[in-house]
Structure formats: C-alpha cells, structure tokens
Design a protein around this ligand. Structure first.
Ligand SMILES: Cc1cc2nc3c(=O)[nH]c(=O)nc-3n(C[C@H](O)[C@H](O)[C@H](O)COP(=O)(O)OP(=O)(O)OC[C@H]3O[C@@H](n4cnc5c(N)ncnc54)[C@H](O)[C@@H]3O)c2cc1C
Ligand SMILES: *[C@@H]1O[C@H](CO)[C@@H](O)[C@H](O)[C@H]1NC(C)=O
Ligand SMILES: *[C@@H]1O[C@H](CO)[C@@H](O)[C@H](O)[C@H]1NC(C)=O
Ligand SMILES: *[C@@H]1O[C@H](CO)[C@@H](O)[C@H](O)[C@H]1NC(C)=O
Ligand SMILES: *[C@@H]1O[C@H](CO)[C@@H](O)[C@H](O)[C@H]1NC(C)=O
Ligand SMILES: *[C@@H]1O[C@H](CO)[C@@H](O)[C@H](O)[C@H]1NC(C)=O
Ligand SMILES: *[C@@H]1O[C@H](CO)[C@@H](O)[C@H](O)[C@H]1NC(C)=O
Ligand SMILES: *[C@@H]1O[C@H](CO)[C@@H](O)[C@H](O)[C@H]1NC(C)=O
Length: 498
C-alpha cells in the first residue's frame, strides 16, 4: 500500500505541470521583451556560467529593459511553471543565476543600469543591473560611497542579496545593511516596494535571502561620505614556517579584540609556499581614517610576540577611489571597458563565532594542512581570512533579527578557494577532497557545539547541513514568509529557501 503525502502530490503536480515554451515566447515577444532561446545564435554565450565548472541549459535568457518588462517575464515564467532566476553580475559560485538546474528562465538585469544619487537625503537608487565598480564610480563622482566587496565585476544584485563584505564593512556594515528600501517583482509579476514601513516582512527577507523571494529591480541605499584619505596596505611574508604562519592568525585574533577602530579593514590571505611546510601570507586592507594614525593602529599586530618580519610591504595613503582601484587588482572599475573574466573553481566558507575564536590546535592543524597538502595540491588555491568582527565592527552591531542575514556574531569569514590549474579545462577531482579536508582541519579541532556558519555569497552546493549553516536561526521565519510571497515556489534553486 503506497500512500502519498500532500508534499509528494504537490511535487508530482509541479513536475507534471505543463511548460510551454511557445506560449512563453509569444508572451515575451508580445511585450517586446528580448530573449534568447535554445537554438538561437547567442544562446551559448548568454548561458555561460562565470564558474566554468557548471554548465546549465536555461529555457531562455530574457533581457528586460524596464521594471514592467521584468514583471512580464517573471509572470510568464510562473504561468508556464518554469523556475525563474535573476542574473545581476552573474558571479554566483554555483551558477544559480542560470537556475543551478536545467530549464530555468533567466531574467538578466544588465539593461537596468540607472544610478541616481540624491544629495537631499544621502541615499542612492541603484538598479540591480549594475556592477560594483560602476556603483563605486557613480557614487564617488558625488563624493559618496557604499560598503561592498573588491571585485568590480560582481553584480550589486547578488552581492546585496546575500551580504556584501569589503574593507569598509567594519565601519559601515555589509551592503545589505545599507538597503533602506527595494522594488521587488513577485512571482505573479506584481511589483511591490519593501521598506521598514511598506511590506516590512518582505524587507526583512530580502536582506539576506532575496533570490528566494522575488527579483529586486532596484535598491535604495544609505551612502557615506567618501573618506578624504584611505591608506591601502599590503604586508607580505614569503615562505613562513608553520609556526610563524600560525602566529599571523592567532595574533590577528588577539589584535582584533584590542579595541581596534572601525576604520581598520583587513584580511589575511594564504597561498602556496616554495616548498612543502611553507606558506606565503599577506595582510591586505584599508585604513579609512587619517593617514598619520595608521602606523599606530597596525603596530600592535606587527609587533606582537612571535610575529615574523614582513618580506615586503606597501603602505600608500590616497583618495577613496584610488583604494577601490587598488583592491580591483588591475581590473577597470568601469566594467563597460572590458569583458568579464571567468574561472573554474570550488569554494567553501566558514564563519567563526566571535565568542569562541579558533583554538591554537585548530589554527595549527589548519596551517599545517595548507603548508603540506597545499603544496602537493593539483588545484591552485588561496584562503582569505576576512575580518568581519573584532572591536567596534558595524557588521556585528546590527541586531541579528533585524535582517535575514544568518550570522552576526562573526569574527572571521574564511573563504577556501581552489581552481583548475591554468591551462586545465576541468576542475581536478582531488580538488574537492583537498578543500573539504582543509575545512575539516579546523572543524575537527574545534568544540563539537562550535557555533560557526557559512556565507551565502560564497555559496556551495556540496555543503552538508547547508540550511543551518547559511540561514541559521532565520530559517523558520524565512520558510513561513516564502509561503506568503512565493507560494508557487517560482524562485527555486540549489540552497534556496524551500
Ligand atoms: C571575483 C569575485 C570576487 C568576489 N569578491 C567578494 C567580496 O569582496 N566580498 C563579498 O562579499 N563577496 C565577494 N564575492 C562573492 C559575490 O558577492 C557573490 O558571488 C555574489 O552573489 C555575486 O553577485 P552577482 O550579482 O554578480 O551574481 P549573480 O550570479 O547574478 O547572482 C547571485 C545570486 O543572486 C541572485 N540575484 C541576482 N540578482 C538578483 C536580484 N536583483 N534580485 C534577486 N536575486 C538576485 C541570483 O539569482 C543568484 O542566485 C566575489 C565573487 C567573485 C566571483
Ligand atoms: C503550446 O502552446 C501552443 C500555443 O498555444 C500550442 O499550439 C501547442 O500545442 C502547445 N504545446 C504543447 C506541447 O502543449
Ligand atoms: C546577439 O549577438 C549579436 C552579435 O554579437 C548582437 O548584435 C546581438 O545584440 C545579440 N543579441 C542578444 C539578445 O544578446
Ligand atoms: C530620499 O529622497 C528621495 C527623493 O529625492 C525620496 O524618493 C526617498 O524616499 C528618500 N528616501 C529616504 C530614505 O528618505
Ligand atoms: C565607462 O566606459 C564607457 C565606454 O568606454 C564610457 O562610455 C563611459 O562614459 C565610462 N563611464 C564612466 C563612469 O567613466
Ligand atoms: C531571533 O528570533 C528568533 C526567532 O525567530 C529567536 O529564537 C531568537 O532568540 C532571536 N534572537 C535574537 C538575538 O534576538
Ligand atoms: C545540522 O545542524 C543542526 C542544528 O545545529 C544540528 O543539530 C545537526 O547535528 C547538524 N547536522 C550535521 C550533519 O552536522
Ligand atoms: C501576487 O502575489 C502576492 C504575494 O503572494 C499576493 O499578495 C497578491 O495578491 C498576488 N496578486 C495577484 C494579482 O494575484
């Protein structure tokens, strides 16, 4: 006797529901929405993932030019039971902007590029087809700035959906913390506002999980005065021993708790050394206060017991926009001047709790793994230990439940990144176990109840217990809101809100 649960029946119904591409085509065409379908000349170009490890075949990629066209596209996709996803900059690590599955309708936002800076109340209205470099240029032209990451080609849509960390974040928060309102296209095509006063529960959900709730066509953000001086810094240590490289982390944890100012933003970057047992280490960041104060701010870290002397260093004061350019590592901030790049990679992340920093044993195991297995790895790799927390961090000052972002009491967000070696066209199989083992080297030496998390902008579809690690205690409320705002589960993709 087989009995079907309501859930199974609903699933069968959804799978069996008709998907008629002819009707989709007719609807989009009647509304003047440009779209590229399977078999069209541009299809392979417009459906390529930034992460070449993934190939998906969407039913179509639509290029709406107005909010009304976005609405038409979403409603048409929902009516034909297609999975619908937004694409802003297209940098999702697991190609969720292509649906993360075959057969999705991709709503590409690249034609929605307006940025309006409003001096009257220091906000900016940013359409979500913009990329971070273009946002930084437009705001800076008006003397303003926003917290966000360093890569100019990352889209503001995905970035502000799931977080948005940069070196100004300890002073100004994550990108999503500065969103004051948004225009959202719901699954049925209805266009709504979301803010503290209008649809406050949707406003809560989109700051941490918007891809599961709708397509955000624009965000209004609070901006900051571009700081008059920014000191960019890069301290480099070549071929550190395991013990010295471990000290760069343990001393960083101690330093972070020593009342450091919010104007200090930094990360440690680890890479392969020139022999087994050695590592290259870099401290990269920006100081957003007066230039003459920086040496006093950094001194306690550089002079901490056991800290090695840097092999080289760059410490350069300059303008705010020069700092944005410096962190772009040679890429133009104006993203219309050169095409986007690509990679073939696997990424994981780990957010360490402020109240329980990594133990000495965890740090040693982690560094030993990077120095040894990292030397023999067939995949290229790097690790970034980003400073979210420490004293005076604006990220952790935001009450956990005021947005849907999963984790606030974070000291470090660690990104583990491995890619196909140059020249190779596929990611090496051993690269998965290599990176998984790196994360385990920390977890196996941490308390069983360690309250760690993971970062959705470094999204990983191979993460065990992903729902808990990404959404944490927000998940129950997100699921309830999902039923209200996207009852047909139009916006469905790997690691989304079910
Ligand atoms: C080279 C590189 C550097 C990076 N550096 C940083 C960094 O410094 N700091 C940091 O925090 N992160 C960084 N990231 C991660 C980055 O923030 C995420 O990959 C981000 O999600 C990409 O946004 P996107 O719009 O480019 O991607 P997309 O793939 O377009 O979108 C990502 C997800 O958001 C959804 N989405 C996109 N637009 C919308 C919208 N308007 N409404 C609703 N849902 C939407 C998509 O459907 C998809 O699920 C970096 C990534 C790369 C590749
Ligand atoms: C799809 O819709 C078109 C137009 O209404 C119709 O002619 C066609 O038979 C439909 N296809 C399927 C497979 O139902
Ligand atoms: C398809 O490619 C051609 C030639 O590169 C280009 O002119 C056209 O704008 C493209 N269309 C779309 C929808 O991308
Ligand atoms: C800022 O001003 C614009 C008009 O210039 C207005 O539309 C918007 O609602 C204001 N935003 C806030 C948060 O006050
Ligand atoms: C970006 O580059 C394009 C193409 O060269 C140019 O038209 C545009 O004015 C530039 N934008 C800015 C903000 O410099
Ligand atoms: C946040 O809300 C959840 C319920 O969704 C509650 O259990 C938790 O205690 C709240 N946490 C804080 C820090 O307010
Ligand atoms: C997943 O997370 C929950 C809640 O924290 C925990 O109880 C469970 O043990 C975790 N499962 C695994 C496999 O880690
Ligand atoms: C569209 O969806 C929203 C959210 O589920 C709902 O409140 C609204 O009534 C729907 N509109 C129509 C016209 O069905």
């Amino acid at each position: 006797m087989v009995s079907l649960s309501a859930f199974t029946i609903a699933t069968l119904f959804l799978c069996a529901a008709a998907q008629n591409v002819t009707i989709l085509k007719q609807t989009l065409s009647a509304a003047g929405v440009t779209a590229v379908y399977q078999g069209d000349a541009n299809y392979s170009t417009v459906s390529r993932a930034y992460n070449r490890r993934f190939t998906f075949s969407p039913v179509a990629v639509a290029f709406p030019t107005t909010v009304s066209q976005v609405s038409t596209a979403v409603a048409a996709g929902t009516a034909q039971n297609y999975e619908v996803v937004a694409r802003s900059g297209g940098h999702s690590y697991i190609a969720n902007c292509l649906g993360g599955n075959n057969g999705a309708l991709v709503v590409d936002l690249s034609q929605l590029k307006a940025i309006t800076v409003r001096p009257s109340n220091n906000t900016a209205l940013i359409e979500t087809g913009n990329r971070l470099g273009d946002v930084a240029l437009a705001l800076n032209a008006n003397g303003r700035a926003l917290p966000h990451g360093t890569s100019p080609y990352v889209g503001i849509g995905g970035h502000s959906a799931y977080g948005g960390f940069g070196f100004t974040s300890r002073a100004w928060g994550l990108t999503l913390d500065r969103v004051t309102s948004a225009t959202v296209v719901l699954a049925n095509g209805t266009v709504v506002s979301a803010s503290a006063n209008v649809n406050p529960d949707l406003y809560w959900a989109i700051r941490g999980a918007s891809p599961s709730f709708g397509i955000v066509t624009s965000i209004e953000v609070q901006t900051f005065p571009a700081p008059p001086s920014v000191t960019v810094f890069s301290y480099n240590w070549n071929d550190l021993s395991i013990s010295a490289a471990s000290t760069t982390i343990t001393a960083f944890q101690t330093f972070a708790a020593s009342n450091i100012p919010p104007e200090f933003g930094a990360e440690l970057i680890f890479g392969q050394g020139s022999s087994s047992g050695k590592l290259s280490v870099q401290l990269l960041g920006g100081y957003y206060g007066a230039a003459n104060l920086f040496s006093g701010v950094i001194a306690p870290y550089l002079n901490a017991a056991g800290m090695p002397k840097p092999s080289s260093q760059v410490v350069t004061p300059g303008s705010y926009i020069n700092s944005v350019t410096y962190f772009a590592e040679g890429q133009s901030l104006n993203t219309s001047t050169a095409p986007d790049g690509s990679d073939n990679f696997y990424t994981k992340s780990l957010m360490t709790p402020s109240g329980s920093p990594m133990s000495a044993a965890a740090v040693t195991a982690f560094v030993t793994y990077m120095a040894n297995q990292g030397f023999s790895s067939t995949a290229d790799w790097f690790v970034e230990v980003e400073l979210y927390g420490g004293s005076n961090s604006a990220i952790n000052a935001v009450p956990l439940n005021s947005t849907a972002f999963g984790k606030r009491d974070t000291l470090f967000t660690i990104q583990f990144y491995a890619s196909a070696p140059s020249g190779a066209t596929t990611y090496p199989t051993t690269g998965f176990t290599f990176l998984d083992g790196m994360v385990s080297s920390i977890l196996n030496n941490s308390p069983a109840n360690w309250n760690y998390g993971a970062y959705l902008n470094y999204i990983d579809d191979m993460l065990a217990n992903a729902t808990t690690l990404y959404y944490g205690s927000q998940y129950a409320r997100l699921m309830a809101l999902k039923a209200t705002w996207d009852p047909s589960d139009t916006f469905r993709f790997p690691v989304g809100v079910a």
